[in-house]
Design a protein around this ligand. Structure first.
Ligand code: HEM
Length: 210
């Protein structure tokens, strides 16, 4: 096995702050939504904590965004421009996760410094980081002060629409927080990808390209 440096420090700082922050947002979000049904903390504490961590996560997002924007590591997010190749690679990966992995087949994707994501990861992470996360932060910001942002809220169809979008994306993340770590546990050992997200180094076969 050789070690490849795939997760630079800013990405790791962003990732773990974001991961714990999202868990916190989901718990306080549930408390706000189901006040009376869930009693983990007072409604007021949940609202104050949800707002505070929300602002921390918005600032934290820019660590990820600016790092990739100003680094050649952005290549890991370059999309495959041939739709056919992209869908073939995604299907191969899906077949591996749904079937091949249970027969002991090798992972069809081989990690290298600029290809650390398989086709499914690359597409999912782009949708999450460039669409869902920004929309979630933006709708959250509008709901944080509905008086101040009343004009913008009206522009998007009113507070019920903005709130519904916020809750639908919340439901997505509440599921993602289970599926994503599960997929993260499918490295050559259970902990391999988690360790890599802590140390920065992924262990790959000796003959893998750097
Ligand atoms: C308990 C929570 C989480 C755990 C254990 C976890 C674990 C991991 C691991 C092991 C990786 C390494 C690469 C991979 O296997 O995909 C990773 C990457 C990533 N995760 Fe998470 N994650 C968590 C929460 C989140 C959340 C809440 C988000 C987004 C809202 C997220 C977004 C990402 C992204 C975008 C990457 C790729 C980062 C990059 O290199 O640019 N993760 N995660």
């Amino acid at each position: 096995m050789q070690k490849l440096y795939v997760h630079p420090l800013p990405v790791r700082i962003w990732h773990w702050t974001n991961a714990f922050g999202f868990i916190f947002m989901i718990v306080t979000g549930l408390q706000i939504r189901y006040v009376g049904l869930i009693n983990l903390m007072s409604f007021k504490t949940a609202v104050v904590a949800h707002n505070m961590i929300g602002f921390v996560l918005i600032a934290n997002f820019f660590i990820w965004f600016l790092f990739y924007l100003f680094s050649d590591k952005i290549k890991v997010y370059h999309p495959e421009l041939s739709p056919l190749k992209h869908f073939q690679a995604s299907f191969r990966q899906l077949k591996y996760y749904g079937y091949g992995i249970f027969r002991g087949d090798p992972n069809p994707h081989h990690v290298s410094a600029y290809e650390k994501f398989n086709a499914m990861q690359s597409m999912t992470y782009q949708v999450i980081m460039l669409m869902l996360v920004p929309i979630q932060f933006f709708t959250g910001l509008l709901l944080w002060d509905v008086q101040r942002f009343s004009a913008a809220i009206e522009l998007f169809g009113g507070v019920r629409i903005v709130d519904t979008i916020h809750v639908l994306i919340f439901i997505f993340f509440a599921g993602f927080i289970f599926v994503h770590p599960y997929l993260g546990s499918l490295g050559h050992t259970r902990m391999a990808h988690f360790k890599a997200m802590v140390t920065g180094y992924e262990e790959v076969e000796d003959d893998a390209k750097p």
